[in-house]
Design a protein around this ligand. Structure first.
Ligand code: NAD
Length: 373
Protein backbone atom coordinates (compact mmCIF):
# COMPACT_ATOMS: atom_id res chain seq x y z
CA UNK A 1 0.00 0.00 0.00
CA UNK A 2 1.17 3.46 -0.90
CA UNK A 3 0.06 6.12 1.58
CA UNK A 4 0.21 9.81 0.67
CA UNK A 5 0.30 12.57 3.27
CA UNK A 6 -0.76 15.91 1.81
CA UNK A 7 0.10 19.44 2.78
CA UNK A 8 -3.09 21.16 3.87
CA UNK A 9 -4.42 23.79 1.47
CA UNK A 10 -7.25 25.25 3.57
CA UNK A 11 -6.44 28.75 4.82
CA UNK A 12 -5.48 28.75 8.49
CA UNK A 13 -4.98 24.99 8.64
CA UNK A 14 -1.66 24.40 10.37
CA UNK A 15 -2.04 20.73 11.23
CA UNK A 16 -0.70 17.71 9.39
CA UNK A 17 -2.24 14.23 9.16
CA UNK A 18 0.90 12.18 9.90
CA UNK A 19 3.93 12.72 12.10
CA UNK A 20 7.33 11.03 11.91
CA UNK A 21 6.09 8.71 14.68
CA UNK A 22 3.07 7.54 12.69
CA UNK A 23 5.00 7.40 9.42
CA UNK A 24 7.35 4.92 11.05
CA UNK A 25 4.45 2.88 12.35
CA UNK A 26 2.70 2.87 8.96
CA UNK A 27 5.88 1.60 7.36
CA UNK A 28 5.96 -1.01 10.12
CA UNK A 29 2.60 -2.26 8.85
CA UNK A 30 4.16 -2.81 5.43
CA UNK A 31 3.10 0.42 3.70
CA UNK A 32 5.28 2.92 1.91
CA UNK A 33 4.66 6.57 2.70
CA UNK A 34 4.98 9.70 0.56
CA UNK A 35 4.89 13.05 2.35
CA UNK A 36 4.41 16.30 0.45
CA UNK A 37 7.28 18.76 0.85
CA UNK A 38 6.66 21.20 3.67
CA UNK A 39 3.59 19.31 4.91
CA UNK A 40 4.65 19.49 8.54
CA UNK A 41 6.30 22.90 8.70
CA UNK A 42 3.39 24.72 10.37
CA UNK A 43 3.18 21.89 12.92
CA UNK A 44 6.90 22.07 13.77
CA UNK A 45 7.88 18.98 11.75
CA UNK A 46 10.62 19.32 9.12
CA UNK A 47 10.93 17.39 5.87
CA UNK A 48 14.17 15.93 7.21
CA UNK A 49 12.34 14.37 10.16
CA UNK A 50 9.86 12.69 7.83
CA UNK A 51 12.68 11.45 5.66
CA UNK A 52 14.49 10.10 8.72
CA UNK A 53 11.31 8.23 9.65
CA UNK A 54 11.41 6.52 6.25
CA UNK A 55 9.04 8.64 4.16
CA UNK A 56 9.69 9.75 0.58
CA UNK A 57 9.42 13.50 0.74
CA UNK A 58 8.13 14.60 -2.66
CA UNK A 59 6.60 17.54 -4.52
CA UNK A 60 2.89 18.35 -4.57
CA UNK A 61 2.56 16.97 -8.13
CA UNK A 62 4.06 13.63 -7.21
CA UNK A 63 2.75 12.98 -3.72
CA UNK A 64 -0.48 11.19 -4.65
CA UNK A 65 1.09 9.17 -7.45
CA UNK A 66 -0.06 5.53 -7.21
CA UNK A 67 -1.52 6.18 -3.76
CA UNK A 68 -3.93 3.65 -2.32
CA UNK A 69 -4.65 5.85 0.68
CA UNK A 70 -4.49 9.64 0.84
CA UNK A 71 -4.40 11.17 4.29
CA UNK A 72 -5.36 14.72 5.19
CA UNK A 73 -6.50 16.75 8.16
CA UNK A 74 -9.22 18.32 6.01
CA UNK A 75 -10.55 16.99 2.74
CA UNK A 76 -8.04 17.56 -0.07
CA UNK A 77 -8.71 19.69 -3.11
CA UNK A 78 -9.43 17.17 -5.91
CA UNK A 79 -6.44 18.53 -7.89
CA UNK A 80 -4.17 17.25 -5.10
CA UNK A 81 -5.32 13.70 -5.84
CA UNK A 82 -3.95 13.44 -9.33
CA UNK A 83 -2.23 10.14 -9.95
CA UNK A 84 -3.93 8.31 -7.08
CA UNK A 85 -5.13 4.78 -7.84
CA UNK A 86 -8.76 4.28 -8.90
CA UNK A 87 -10.85 3.69 -5.78
CA UNK A 88 -8.17 5.15 -3.51
CA UNK A 89 -9.23 5.95 0.02
CA UNK A 90 -9.35 9.54 1.20
CA UNK A 91 -8.98 9.47 4.97
CA UNK A 92 -9.53 12.88 6.60
CA UNK A 93 -11.94 15.14 8.41
CA UNK A 94 -14.16 15.77 5.41
CA UNK A 95 -16.80 18.11 6.86
CA UNK A 96 -19.51 16.14 5.02
CA UNK A 97 -22.36 18.56 5.72
CA UNK A 98 -20.34 21.74 5.20
CA UNK A 99 -18.44 20.74 2.04
CA UNK A 100 -20.96 18.66 0.21
CA UNK A 101 -19.77 19.71 -3.27
CA UNK A 102 -16.33 18.41 -2.56
CA UNK A 103 -17.78 15.07 -1.43
CA UNK A 104 -19.64 14.85 -4.74
CA UNK A 105 -16.38 15.44 -6.58
CA UNK A 106 -14.71 12.60 -4.65
CA UNK A 107 -17.58 10.38 -5.79
CA UNK A 108 -17.24 11.38 -9.44
CA UNK A 109 -13.47 10.92 -9.20
CA UNK A 110 -14.10 7.31 -8.18
CA UNK A 111 -12.52 7.67 -4.73
CA UNK A 112 -13.66 6.05 -1.52
CA UNK A 113 -13.94 8.99 0.88
CA UNK A 114 -13.88 8.10 4.57
CA UNK A 115 -15.04 10.85 6.93
CA UNK A 116 -13.20 10.42 10.19
CA UNK A 117 -15.64 12.69 12.04
CA UNK A 118 -18.37 10.09 11.39
CA UNK A 119 -16.50 7.52 13.49
CA UNK A 120 -19.14 5.85 15.68
CA UNK A 121 -18.93 6.56 19.41
CA UNK A 122 -18.19 3.04 20.48
CA UNK A 123 -15.50 1.92 22.86
CA UNK A 124 -13.28 0.24 20.30
CA UNK A 125 -13.26 3.35 18.09
CA UNK A 126 -12.31 5.78 20.85
CA UNK A 127 -8.65 5.79 19.86
CA UNK A 128 -9.66 6.70 16.27
CA UNK A 129 -11.94 9.59 17.19
CA UNK A 130 -10.62 12.87 15.78
CA UNK A 131 -13.52 14.84 17.24
CA UNK A 132 -12.53 13.83 20.76
CA UNK A 133 -8.82 14.39 20.36
CA UNK A 134 -9.23 17.79 18.75
CA UNK A 135 -12.08 18.95 21.02
CA UNK A 136 -10.01 18.19 24.07
CA UNK A 137 -7.25 20.54 22.92
CA UNK A 138 -9.82 23.11 21.80
CA UNK A 139 -11.40 23.25 25.25
CA UNK A 140 -7.99 23.92 26.73
CA UNK A 141 -7.10 26.59 24.18
CA UNK A 142 -10.46 28.35 24.54
CA UNK A 143 -9.80 28.96 28.23
CA UNK A 144 -6.27 30.20 27.58
CA UNK A 145 -7.47 32.57 24.86
CA UNK A 146 -10.24 33.87 27.12
CA UNK A 147 -7.78 34.34 29.99
CA UNK A 148 -5.45 36.21 27.68
CA UNK A 149 -8.22 38.54 26.50
CA UNK A 150 -9.53 39.14 30.03
CA UNK A 151 -8.13 42.25 31.67
CA UNK A 152 -7.99 40.61 35.08
CA UNK A 153 -6.42 37.54 36.67
CA UNK A 154 -8.02 34.11 37.00
CA UNK A 155 -6.80 33.01 40.44
CA UNK A 156 -7.45 34.74 43.71
CA UNK A 157 -4.24 36.49 44.76
CA UNK A 158 -3.50 37.98 48.11
CA UNK A 159 -0.85 40.62 47.77
CA UNK A 160 0.55 43.39 49.94
CA UNK A 161 -1.43 45.82 47.80
CA UNK A 162 -4.68 43.99 48.43
CA UNK A 163 -6.61 41.00 47.20
CA UNK A 164 -7.44 40.10 43.60
CA UNK A 165 -10.67 38.08 43.45
CA UNK A 166 -10.96 34.82 41.49
CA UNK A 167 -12.58 34.97 38.05
CA UNK A 168 -15.98 33.30 37.65
CA UNK A 169 -15.98 31.00 34.63
CA UNK A 170 -19.14 29.42 33.21
CA UNK A 171 -18.83 26.57 30.70
CA UNK A 172 -21.87 25.88 28.52
CA UNK A 173 -21.84 22.45 26.89
CA UNK A 174 -19.95 19.76 28.75
CA UNK A 175 -18.79 17.32 26.10
CA UNK A 176 -15.15 16.58 25.52
CA UNK A 177 -14.21 20.25 24.96
CA UNK A 178 -16.31 21.50 27.87
CA UNK A 179 -14.80 19.03 30.31
CA UNK A 180 -11.29 20.11 29.35
CA UNK A 181 -12.36 23.76 29.60
CA UNK A 182 -13.59 23.16 33.15
CA UNK A 183 -10.38 21.37 34.10
CA UNK A 184 -8.21 24.10 32.58
CA UNK A 185 -10.13 26.95 34.23
CA UNK A 186 -9.88 25.13 37.58
CA UNK A 187 -6.13 24.74 37.14
CA UNK A 188 -5.86 28.47 36.55
CA UNK A 189 -7.65 29.07 39.82
CA UNK A 190 -11.06 30.25 38.59
CA UNK A 191 -14.41 29.58 40.25
CA UNK A 192 -16.09 27.33 37.70
CA UNK A 193 -19.71 26.43 36.95
CA UNK A 194 -21.11 24.55 33.96
CA UNK A 195 -24.30 23.43 32.23
CA UNK A 196 -25.42 20.98 29.55
CA UNK A 197 -28.68 19.58 28.20
CA UNK A 198 -27.53 16.04 28.95
CA UNK A 199 -28.29 15.33 32.58
CA UNK A 200 -25.52 12.71 32.65
CA UNK A 201 -22.97 15.54 32.70
CA UNK A 202 -24.04 16.78 36.15
CA UNK A 203 -21.85 14.24 37.91
CA UNK A 204 -18.92 14.86 35.58
CA UNK A 205 -19.08 18.57 36.36
CA UNK A 206 -19.09 17.87 40.07
CA UNK A 207 -16.24 15.41 39.84
CA UNK A 208 -14.07 18.18 38.37
CA UNK A 209 -14.91 20.40 41.33
CA UNK A 210 -17.20 22.74 39.40
CA UNK A 211 -20.79 23.73 40.14
CA UNK A 212 -23.55 22.27 37.91
CA UNK A 213 -26.22 24.74 36.74
CA UNK A 214 -29.23 22.75 35.50
CA UNK A 215 -32.82 23.25 34.43
CA UNK A 216 -35.06 21.40 36.89
CA UNK A 217 -38.65 20.20 36.68
CA UNK A 218 -39.08 20.22 32.91
CA UNK A 219 -40.39 17.12 31.15
CA UNK A 220 -38.11 15.06 28.94
CA UNK A 221 -34.76 16.63 29.76
CA UNK A 222 -32.50 13.65 29.33
CA UNK A 223 -31.20 15.51 26.28
CA UNK A 224 -29.24 12.55 25.03
CA UNK A 225 -29.71 11.12 21.55
CA UNK A 226 -27.79 8.46 19.66
CA UNK A 227 -24.12 7.91 20.36
CA UNK A 228 -24.16 10.12 23.44
CA UNK A 229 -24.79 13.25 21.36
CA UNK A 230 -27.22 15.97 22.31
CA UNK A 231 -30.67 16.29 20.75
CA UNK A 232 -32.67 19.40 19.86
CA UNK A 233 -34.63 20.39 23.01
CA UNK A 234 -38.34 21.22 23.47
CA UNK A 235 -39.51 24.84 23.46
CA UNK A 236 -40.46 24.53 27.13
CA UNK A 237 -36.95 23.38 27.97
CA UNK A 238 -35.36 26.13 25.90
CA UNK A 239 -37.41 28.78 27.72
CA UNK A 240 -36.51 27.42 31.15
CA UNK A 241 -32.85 27.18 30.14
CA UNK A 242 -32.82 30.76 28.84
CA UNK A 243 -34.20 32.06 32.16
CA UNK A 244 -31.72 30.11 34.21
CA UNK A 245 -28.81 31.14 32.03
CA UNK A 246 -29.86 34.81 32.08
CA UNK A 247 -29.70 35.06 35.83
CA UNK A 248 -26.45 33.10 36.09
CA UNK A 249 -24.61 34.72 33.22
CA UNK A 250 -24.98 38.25 34.59
CA UNK A 251 -22.66 37.24 37.45
CA UNK A 252 -19.95 35.65 35.29
CA UNK A 253 -16.62 37.07 34.13
CA UNK A 254 -15.84 34.46 31.49
CA UNK A 255 -18.20 32.23 29.49
CA UNK A 256 -16.97 29.39 27.31
CA UNK A 257 -19.61 27.95 24.98
CA UNK A 258 -19.08 24.57 23.30
CA UNK A 259 -22.59 23.37 22.42
CA UNK A 260 -23.06 21.40 19.21
CA UNK A 261 -25.78 19.24 17.71
CA UNK A 262 -24.50 16.92 14.97
CA UNK A 263 -25.65 17.84 11.46
CA UNK A 264 -27.35 21.04 12.58
CA UNK A 265 -26.30 24.61 13.15
CA UNK A 266 -25.00 25.21 16.67
CA UNK A 267 -27.77 26.05 19.17
CA UNK A 268 -28.02 29.73 20.13
CA UNK A 269 -27.25 29.90 23.86
CA UNK A 270 -26.51 33.57 24.49
CA UNK A 271 -28.51 36.50 23.12
CA UNK A 272 -27.47 40.10 22.78
CA UNK A 273 -29.68 41.01 25.77
CA UNK A 274 -27.86 38.45 27.90
CA UNK A 275 -24.51 39.87 26.81
CA UNK A 276 -25.75 43.31 27.84
CA UNK A 277 -26.46 41.96 31.34
CA UNK A 278 -22.81 41.00 31.86
CA UNK A 279 -20.19 43.19 33.47
CA UNK A 280 -18.02 45.29 31.16
CA UNK A 281 -14.67 43.57 30.62
CA UNK A 282 -16.20 40.10 30.66
CA UNK A 283 -15.13 37.68 27.92
CA UNK A 284 -17.10 35.08 25.97
CA UNK A 285 -15.26 32.45 23.95
CA UNK A 286 -17.56 30.83 21.39
CA UNK A 287 -16.05 27.50 20.40
CA UNK A 288 -19.03 26.77 18.13
CA UNK A 289 -18.33 29.76 15.90
CA UNK A 290 -17.40 27.59 12.87
CA UNK A 291 -20.80 25.88 13.13
CA UNK A 292 -22.72 29.17 13.26
CA UNK A 293 -21.97 30.12 16.85
CA UNK A 294 -23.64 29.76 20.25
CA UNK A 295 -23.40 33.48 20.89
CA UNK A 296 -25.29 36.24 19.08
CA UNK A 297 -22.83 38.48 17.26
CA UNK A 298 -19.66 36.41 17.59
CA UNK A 299 -17.44 36.40 14.50
CA UNK A 300 -14.68 33.87 13.77
CA UNK A 301 -11.15 35.13 14.32
CA UNK A 302 -12.29 38.61 15.32
CA UNK A 303 -12.56 40.33 18.64
CA UNK A 304 -16.08 41.78 18.76
CA UNK A 305 -16.98 44.13 21.58
CA UNK A 306 -20.66 44.32 22.58
CA UNK A 307 -21.89 46.28 25.60
CA UNK A 308 -18.32 46.27 26.90
CA UNK A 309 -18.12 42.47 26.67
CA UNK A 310 -15.49 40.88 24.43
CA UNK A 311 -16.62 38.06 22.14
CA UNK A 312 -13.96 35.80 20.65
CA UNK A 313 -13.79 32.49 18.80
CA UNK A 314 -11.55 30.82 16.25
CA UNK A 315 -12.50 29.34 12.89
CA UNK A 316 -10.12 26.48 13.66
CA UNK A 317 -9.20 26.19 17.31
CA UNK A 318 -7.01 23.06 17.19
CA UNK A 319 -4.91 24.76 14.48
CA UNK A 320 -3.75 27.09 17.27
CA UNK A 321 -2.03 24.09 18.89
CA UNK A 322 -0.70 22.63 15.67
CA UNK A 323 2.00 20.34 17.02
CA UNK A 324 -0.05 18.57 19.68
CA UNK A 325 -3.21 18.59 17.60
CA UNK A 326 -1.30 16.98 14.73
CA UNK A 327 0.30 14.40 16.99
CA UNK A 328 -3.09 13.26 18.27
CA UNK A 329 -4.82 13.51 14.90
CA UNK A 330 -2.06 11.46 13.28
CA UNK A 331 -2.37 8.78 15.98
CA UNK A 332 -6.14 8.66 15.42
CA UNK A 333 -5.55 7.95 11.72
CA UNK A 334 -2.84 5.40 12.44
CA UNK A 335 -4.98 3.64 15.07
CA UNK A 336 -7.78 3.46 12.50
CA UNK A 337 -5.65 2.00 9.71
CA UNK A 338 -3.79 -0.42 11.94
CA UNK A 339 -6.98 -1.71 13.61
CA UNK A 340 -8.24 -2.83 10.21
CA UNK A 341 -4.93 -3.86 8.68
CA UNK A 342 -5.22 -7.32 7.24
CA UNK A 343 -1.79 -8.93 7.24
CA UNK A 344 -2.54 -11.40 4.47
CA UNK A 345 -4.12 -8.86 2.17
CA UNK A 346 -1.43 -6.33 3.09
CA UNK A 347 -4.02 -3.57 3.35
CA UNK A 348 -6.79 -2.36 5.62
CA UNK A 349 -10.22 -3.98 5.27
CA UNK A 350 -13.10 -2.24 7.05
CA UNK A 351 -15.84 -4.03 8.94
CA UNK A 352 -19.47 -3.16 8.38
CA UNK A 353 -20.16 -1.21 11.55
CA UNK A 354 -17.37 1.31 11.10
CA UNK A 355 -17.19 1.14 7.29
CA UNK A 356 -20.85 1.99 6.81
CA UNK A 357 -20.64 4.81 9.34
CA UNK A 358 -17.68 6.64 7.82
CA UNK A 359 -17.80 5.77 4.09
CA UNK A 360 -19.21 8.69 2.12
CA UNK A 361 -18.51 7.66 -1.46
CA UNK A 362 -17.81 4.44 -3.37
CA UNK A 363 -17.96 3.32 -6.99
CA UNK A 364 -18.81 6.78 -8.24
CA UNK A 365 -21.69 7.39 -5.86
CA UNK A 366 -22.45 9.06 -2.52
CA UNK A 367 -23.36 6.10 -0.29
CA UNK A 368 -23.60 7.43 3.26
CA UNK A 369 -27.11 7.38 4.68
CA UNK A 370 -26.54 10.56 6.71
CA UNK A 371 -25.90 12.39 3.43
CA UNK A 372 -28.65 10.63 1.49
CA UNK A 373 -31.30 10.75 4.22
P1 NAD B 1 -20.51 17.76 21.02
O1 NAD B 1 -19.22 18.38 20.59
O2 NAD B 1 -21.40 17.18 20.00
O3 NAD B 1 -21.34 18.85 21.84
C1 NAD B 1 -20.76 19.54 22.93
C2 NAD B 1 -21.70 19.55 24.12
O4 NAD B 1 -22.74 20.49 23.93
C3 NAD B 1 -22.37 18.21 24.42
O5 NAD B 1 -22.10 17.83 25.74
C4 NAD B 1 -23.85 18.53 24.22
O6 NAD B 1 -24.68 17.77 25.08
C5 NAD B 1 -23.89 20.00 24.56
N1 NAD B 1 -25.08 20.72 24.10
C6 NAD B 1 -25.79 20.58 22.95
N2 NAD B 1 -26.82 21.45 22.91
C7 NAD B 1 -26.77 22.18 24.07
C8 NAD B 1 -27.56 23.23 24.63
N3 NAD B 1 -28.62 23.71 23.97
N4 NAD B 1 -27.22 23.71 25.85
C9 NAD B 1 -26.14 23.24 26.52
N5 NAD B 1 -25.37 22.25 26.05
C10 NAD B 1 -25.67 21.71 24.84
O7 NAD B 1 -20.25 16.66 22.15
P2 NAD B 1 -18.96 15.77 22.37
O8 NAD B 1 -17.92 16.56 23.04
O9 NAD B 1 -18.60 15.14 21.10
O10 NAD B 1 -19.44 14.67 23.42
C11 NAD B 1 -20.74 14.14 23.48
C12 NAD B 1 -20.74 12.85 24.33
O11 NAD B 1 -20.15 11.78 23.62
C13 NAD B 1 -19.97 12.94 25.62
O12 NAD B 1 -20.72 12.29 26.61
C14 NAD B 1 -18.71 12.20 25.37
O13 NAD B 1 -18.13 11.66 26.54
C15 NAD B 1 -19.21 11.12 24.46
N6 NAD B 1 -18.12 10.57 23.63
C16 NAD B 1 -17.99 9.22 23.48
C17 NAD B 1 -16.97 8.70 22.68
C18 NAD B 1 -16.78 7.23 22.49
O14 NAD B 1 -17.33 6.44 23.24
N7 NAD B 1 -16.02 6.79 21.49
C19 NAD B 1 -16.10 9.56 22.02
C20 NAD B 1 -16.28 10.93 22.18
C21 NAD B 1 -17.28 11.43 22.99
Amino acid sequence: QRIAVLKERTAGETRVAATPETVKKLIGLGASVAVEQGAGLTASVSDAEYAAAGADVVSADAVAKDADIVMGVQGPDPVQLSGAKPGAWIVAGLDPFGRRERIDSYASGGYEALAMEFMPRITRAQSMDILSSQSNLSGYKAVLAAADTYGRAFPMMMTAAGTVTAAKVFVMGVGVAGLQAIATAKRLGAQVSATDVRSATREQIQSLGAKPIFVENVEGIEGEGSGGYATEMSDEYKKAQAELVSSHIAKQDIVITTALIPGRPAPRLITDAQIASMKPGSVIFDLAVPQGGNVEGSVADELVEKHGVKLIGFSNTPAHLAADASALFARNLFNFLSAFWDKEAGKPILDEEIGDAIRLTKDGKVVNERLLG
